[in-house]
Design a protein around this ligand. Structure first.
Ligand SMILES: Nc1ncnc2c1ncn2[C@@H]1O[C@H](COP(=O)(O)OP(=O)(O)OP(=O)(O)O)[C@@H](O)[C@H]1O
Ligand SMILES: [Mg+2]
Length: 209
């Protein structure tokens, strides 16, 4: 499966979810490639912070030709996760063209809900050429027991893109694990963050079998 993690808005959790989803897929025994398509190179920084053996391969390819190079780059891998850049529209288009499934992390804030219009229109544009393209929102940094946490699914329903049932809660372990180049599973195997990431992978694999 080729998964693009995309949102034009910065700081919504594209890299956090890319790294942890890639780690979760790798734990199933699959060969996983993470393509860092962001000029900031955050996924590469994550890999560089890591002390132990890599869980999966990470390469940097922050160019708007990623969809053309994908056959070459992704040869021999079962799953490819592409960590997209914020803002850069030509790169985002290329990531969408490369992907089978686009996941859009959104934070439960009205600003994030409004800003999602941009990536939704890029996806709709691409869907004209790519009929089989699938996409879904993933709510990230949900704060438990808040009204906005409950209302966000409703607000996102205004867009013609489904919202995953799985939500990822705001948890410090995501940042703590990243600082050491670890997945949340390695940092806290029995923790709630790990359970949520496993649920995300499971829902993704049911969404795009
Ligand atoms: N569920 C979460 N709980 C706690 N912190 C989180 C969570 N998701 C992301 N973060 C933190 O939020 C910040 C932004 O996350 P991240 O870098 O993954 O976003 P991004 O969309 O990749 O940003 P950019 O647009 O700059 O590439 C990071 O400090 C990260 O550790
Ligand atoms: Mg990022």
């Amino acid at each position: 499966m080729i998964i693009g993690m995309l949102n034009q808005k910065g700081g919504v959790g594209k890299t956090t979810l890319s790294v942890n989803l890639a780690a979760s897929l790798a734990r199933t025994g699959a060969r996983v490639l993470l393509i860092d398509a962001d000029p900031q190179g955050s996924a590469l920084d994550w890999a560089a912070a890591r002390q132990g053996e890599p869980l999966f391969t990470v390469v940097g390819f922050p160019r708007a030709t990623v969809h053309k190079e994908l056959n070459h780059l992704g040869h021999g891998y079962d799953h490819i996760v592409i960590d997209g850049p914020p803002r850069v529209t030509d790169l985002a288009r290329s990531v969408i063209m490369a992907s089978e499934v686009v996941l859009i992390p959104v934070q439960p804030s009205p600003y994030d809900i409004w800003a999602a219009a941009e990536v939704v229109s890029l996806i709709q544009e691409a869907a004209i050429y790519k009929e089989a393209l699938k996409s879904a929102f993933v709510i990230n940094r949900r704060i438990a027991n808040t009204v906005i946490g409950r209302d966000v699914k409703e607000a996102l329903a205004a867009y013609p893109i489904p919202v995953f049932e799985t939500t990822i809660t705001q948890r410090v372990v995501f940042a703590e694990a990243a600082a050491q180049g670890l997945s949340v599973h390695e940092a806290d195997p029995n923790g709630a963050a790990t359970t949520e990431i496993e649920a995300l992978r499971d829902e993704l694999q049911r969404f795009a079998p």
